[in-house]
Design a protein around this ligand. Structure first.
Ligand SMILES: NC(=O)c1ccc[n+]([C@@H]2O[C@H](COP(=O)([O-])OP(=O)(O)OC[C@H]3O[C@@H](n4cnc5c(N)ncnc54)[C@H](O)[C@@H]3O)[C@@H](O)[C@H]2O)c1
Ligand SMILES: [Zn+2]
Length: 366
């Protein structure tokens, strides 16, 4: 079977993203060295357990790896410290010591919770990420950011804890609900806009196959996105500068999510609106030509209908001023310059931001 290995090299750890269709059934072989003589605990959620846990456990046990399964409740609202605490109590009850390895099998929520738990359980144990959503495969599982939400805001508690390995099997995306699938693809498209014109063209030329989940094309989209994320993280583990480029579409995207209380939009969908807004800003400030702006906007809108909703532009502007990416009251934007090249800027006049937010507001209403 075909397997790609993509290196991630950060100052705290170097590891590999192993990627290939059907790899879950070969997890034992792929992870055998890392898990040799170790107890492993797979952490997952019910929809993923039902479809994919058996494949993983069977493969691990065939390679002689002793594995137990722990389940956490499904959904973003369980990305909380209480979930971590409950999982930790279960680990202790089952005799998990400092030598165990946690394996996250699930979407970004499971990856973030498991990574965070691994970073603090008995002052830190190993984690292996096995992401099962598009978003987690191209983003959440790679780079070592972990975290949970507070009532006051998303991802306000967390750590950096690089995994020992990431195992990506695009075949598991087959059971992903289609809205989740598309939402994750916006992050993959984002990778193309930031730094991979070939990946961007794949979205233009093979959109139908991507939407139909053609295995060969999907694997290519995921692999190219992982490469982009891996190279950015390798160059800048802690978001000193370069890693910020991954936030294309997120400045306004986050404000939209917060303003609409995280219900009408999935994260990727908010990023989609944010990318259209960033493109509008880049065009209005003369940083991007209109043909390229049109290509980006068409690609984003080409996935079908984004959920409709409404918001007050003034409230979005207010939220932007208090965003995490705001430093000393200055809002930072990641703006496309051409396909495959972005720029970080802090000098966008508010009138232009306002007009971009108005623009997407109109699109989101029609
Ligand atoms: N750490 C990071 O760098 C990073 C980056 C981006 C996002 N995130 C985090 O990721 C989270 C969002 O992740 P998500 O979009 O994957 O959501 P999610 O983890 O909630 O998964 C979405 C839904 O899909 C289900 N599911 C997962 N895999 C499936 C499969 N193969 N088949 C069927 N159903 C499946 C899940 O059970 C869930 O109901 C957010 O909390 C976000 O903050 C973290
Ligand atoms: Zn994102």
């Amino acid at each position: 079977m075909f397997m790609i290995s993509i290196p991630v090299a950060t100052p705290s750890r170097s590891y590999e993203v192993l990627l290939g269709s059907g790899l879950l059934a070969r997890a034992g072989e792929c992870l055998g060295k890392i898990l040799e003589n170790r107890r492993a605990f797979v952490i997952t959620v019910s929809p993923v357990r039902r479809r994919w846990a058996k494949v993983l456990l069977k493969s691990l046990s065939a390679s002689g790896i002793e594995t137990e399964l722990l389940e956490m409740p499904d959904g973003e609202r369980w990305k909380r410290l209480t979930t971590l605490e409950k999982l930790a109590e279960k680990l202790v009850k089952q005799g998990a010591d400092r030598g165990v390895t946690l394996i996250a099998l699930g979407g970004g929520v499971v990856c973030d919770v498991t990574g965070f738990l691994a970073s603090i359980y008995m002052r830190g144990v190993d984690v292996i990420q096995v992401p099962t959503t598009v978003l987690a495969q191209v983003d959440a599982a790679i780079g070592g950011k972990t975290g949970v939400n507070l009532v006051s805001g998303k991802n306000l508690l967390g750590t950096f804890h690089q995994p020992r390995a990431v195992l990506v099997d695009p075949a598991v995306l087959e059971t992903l609900p289609s809205r989740e699938y598309c939402a994750g693809l916006y992050e993959a498209l984002k990778c193309g806009i930031i730094g991979d014109p070939g990946l961007f063209r794949l979205f233009e030329d093979r959109r139908r196959e991507i939407l139909d989940r053609d295995p060969v094309v999907v694997e290519k989209v995921i692999a190219d996105s992982v490469r982009l994320k891996a190279s950015v993280v390798s160059a800048d583990e802690r978001e000193g500068g370069l890693r910020q480029v991954l936030n294309l579409g997120h400045t306004i995207g986050h404000a939209l999510e917060a303003e609409t209380r995280y219900t009408p939009l999935l994260h990727g969908e908010a990023v989609a609106w944010g990318m259209i807004a960033a493109t509008h800003i880049a065009l209005s400030t003369g940083k991007l030509d209109s043909v390229t702006a049109g290509r980006i906007t068409n690609s984003v809108l080409g996935f079908g209908r984004l959920p409709r909703m409404t918001w007050q532009t003034a409230s979005i502007l207010k939220r932007l001023r208090s965003d995490k990416k705001t430093r000393q009251g200055v809002v930072h934007f990641i703006l496309p310059r051409e396909i495959g090249k972005v720029e970080i800027t802090s000098d966008v006049p508010e009138a232009i931001v306002r007009s971009a937010v108005d623009e997407i507001r109109k699109l989101a209403r029609d």
